[in-house]
Structure formats: structure tokens, C-alpha cells
Design a protein around this ligand. Structure first.
Ligand code: CIZ
Ligand code: SF4
Length: 345
């Protein structure tokens, strides 16, 4: 039963004490987040994982976040993911072979004018590729400043793997859509009309399958049914949806905006379901709905549940841990360069 699982988790936490640190991403289920030692978005959790002295880090989030934690921690600290199937469909849209092919083709076309950048929602191998070529990682909360920096380094950037975050951020920086190209990794072609010299940003054709579910139709419905509502969305949503919304920003920005909003204010939020539900529960004085009435869960985030957390913690307590996440030394060193260029800024 859930009660027995909760008891098991609590016992393991008590027994492991300061040796254990459980970061929990904002998109995790309520009953999992209840056991987290820190709640945060991917940037906050990366920073906290880098700081914790704990020997065991049980990451309640998705695979790329656990990899980042392993990269940023010392050799004697170990990171575990309670369910190895907790991946990220967006991160899976850019593998290293596709990236090498794209890089060869694009540098043939455009010469040594491109700096690669990657959203942290990417595999360790992609972060290593970016680090090796002088680029940096970014999260949704620091993307404008990272992109501004990147464009001081080279004439143009290649942005992996989320075309929407890349396009929305570049647009906010005043780069016209006409200067943005798209690289299609399946067709291995560059989609661009015009003079190649004009390209400022090359967007990788990836997306988040959760945030793509918020549509122009959803925005129009909310405007018609709740004209008093403010619409706030995550920049992983499509350009047209962001353009029609009142505000767009990272997970942290959305949370802070809602928490600081006056009582009685009304909001439609375009982001992952568990976070929207928690904001509804924690802000009973505000009227909050999901921008998409069908609520959009991240299925892979949801794979971390009480049974998997209990199983993982119990394995640690028994001294036979399951599901370690280890990034090899070379990948880790190169990925660290990309991460540090971000964390030091
Ligand atoms: O969609 C995600 O995976 C996000 C928003 C991660 C994060 O915390 O930046
Ligand atoms: Fe990946 Fe989207 Fe889930 Fe975030 S919400 S982990 S980007 S699939």
C-alpha cells in the first residue's frame, strides 16, 4: 500500500541521514515531491547537487538531470535514478551521431563561424560536444543571457535540441525570424530561404512533447471563456502560442509570478500538469487553470513514483544500490566545460 511505501521511504531516509540527498524536480508527482530534500527546476537542482556533500544522490527527475548531477559531483558521490525509463523525449531528439553529421555539414557551408549551445535538456554526450567546441549549456531561466554571450563569441549559433526555446529566446533578443534556420536531423537538411550569410541562429528540429500540446486554439478558447485571465506559458511552447500569451518564462519565473500575484487574480498556465496542479493547490486565493483543459503530464517524469523511490532507497540501505548513473570521464570533463561556462555566469 502507499502507506507502507511511505513508511519504507521515511525509514530509509532516517537511516541514511546526511549521506542521502533527494533532489525533486517541480514536475514530479506530489507524493514523490513530499520526500524531496530540495525542490527546483533543472538549474537549481544542478547547483544544489554540485554543492551537497551527500554520498548518495537519488534524483527524482529525468535521466539528463541525473547525468548532470553526476558530472557536477565528486568521484566518491553516486547518483541514482529510481526508474531508468525516466527519460526525456526532447533530449532523445538529438543524438551525438546526428550532431556530428550536422556540424560537419554546417561548418562546410558556413566555415568556422558557428558556436554550438545546448539546452540542459540534452544527453551528456551532447553537452560534451558543445563543451569541446567552446560552447555552453543553457536553461530556460538564463537563456537570453547565454545566447547574448554566445553571439559575442561567433557570428552565429547552433542551438540544440529545442527549436522553440531557441526561437523564442532569439526573437526576444531582437533577431528576426528570417535570420533563423532549422536543421532537420532526420532529413539531414538545413531549412532556410535566403542568403546563408544572413543566418544568426540554427535551430535543431526538436521539441518537448508536453509543451507542444498547448495550442493557439487553447489560447483562443481561454480568451473567449475567461477574458479576465492572464495567460502565462513556458518558452518550450511554440512561437505562435508564446506570441499570443501575456507572458512566457521558465519554471521558476512561472512559480514566482503566481506566488507574487494578488489574491483574486486569474491565470491560465501552459506548462506540465503536476506543477500546474500544485500551483492550484498552493494558491487557493487565486483562480488558476491549465491552458490546455486536458492537462499535460510529462509521462517520463511520472515514471518516478512511490514504488520506484522505495525500491531505490531500500537498495541503498541494503548496500546493493540499483540504477547508478555514471558518465564516463572524458564525456564528463568536456561536459563540465559547457556547464561551467553557464554556472560561472
Ligand atoms: O521541461 C523541462 O524539462 C524543464 C522546464 C526543465 C527545467 O526545470 O528547466
Ligand atoms: Fe523532457 Fe518535456 Fe518532460 Fe521536460 S517536460 S522532461 S522537456 S519531455
Amino acid at each position: 500500500s502507499d502507506e507502507a511505501l511511505k513508511q519504507l521511504i521515511q525509514n530509509a531516509k532516517t537511516e541514511l541521514g546526511n549521506d542521502l540527498f533527494i533532489p525533486g524536480h517541480h514536475y514530479q508527482k506530489d507524493d514523490v515531491i513530499a520526500f524531496a530534500d530540495a525542490r527546483g527546476d533543472s538549474l537549481e537542482l544542478a547547483r544544489k547537487s554540485a554543492e551537497t556533500p551527500a554520498k548518495h544522490i537519488v534524483f527524482c527527475g529525468v535521466h539528463f538531470m541525473a547525468e548532470t548531477a553526476d558530472i557536477l559531483t565528486d568521484d566518491d558521490q553516486n547518483v541514482y535514478l529510481p526508474d531508468m525509463r525516466a527519460g526525456c523525449s526532447m533530449a532523445d531528439m538529438a543524438n551525438i551521431d546526428q550532431t556530428e553529421i550536422a556540424w560537419d555539414r554546417l561548418t562546410d557551408m558556413l566555415g568556422d563561424t558557428i558556436l554550438p549551445m545546448t539546452y540542459v535538456n540534452s544527453t551528456a554526450a551532447i553537452k560534451a560536444f558543445v563543451g569541446k567546441h567552446g560552447g555552453a549549456t543553457t536553461t530556460s531561466s538564463n537563456c537570453e543571457s547565454m545566447m547574448t554571450w554566445a553571439l559575442t563569441q561567433k557570428e552565429r549559433i547552433m542551438f540544440l535540441p529545442d527549436q522553440h526555446l531557441g526561437r523564442n529566446t532569439a526573437y526576444n533578443l531582437g533577431i528576426p525570424l528570417e535570420q533563423m534556420a532549422v536543421w532537420d536531423p532526420i532529413l539531414e537538411t538545413l531549412i532556410f530561404e535566403g542568403d546563408l550569410d544572413d543566418i544568426k541562429v540554427i535551430l535543431w528540429k526538436g521539441h518537448c512533447s508536453v509543451h507542444e500540446n498547448f495550442t493557439v486554439h487553447n489560447v483562443e478558447s481561454v480568451r473567449a471563456e475567461h477574458p479576465d485571465m492572464t495567460i502565462i506559458v513556458h518558452p518550450e511552447c511554440k512561437r505562435e502560442v508564446v506570441a499570443l500569451s501575456d507572458d512566457a518564462g521558465s519554471t521558476r519565473h512561472i512559480i514566482q509570478t503566481i506566488e507574487n500575484a494578488p489574491a483574486g487574480s486569474a491565470w491560465a498556465i501552459g506548462t506540465e500538469m503536476n506543477l500546474v496542479k500544485r500551483l492550484i493547490d498552493e494558491n487557493p486565493d487565486k483562480h488558476i487553470i491549465s491552458l490546455n483543459p486536458h492537462m499535460c503530464p510529462c509521462l517520463t517524469m511520472n515514471r518516478i513514483d512511490l514504488p520506484h523511490l522505495a525500491w531505490c532507497l531500500d537498495s541503498l540501505r541494503q548496500g546493493e544500490p540499483i540504477n547508478p548513473i555514471t558518465v564516463d570521464e572524458t564525456t564528463s570533463e568536456q561536459a563540465t566545460m559547457a556547464l561551467e561556462r553557464m554556472l560561472k555566469r
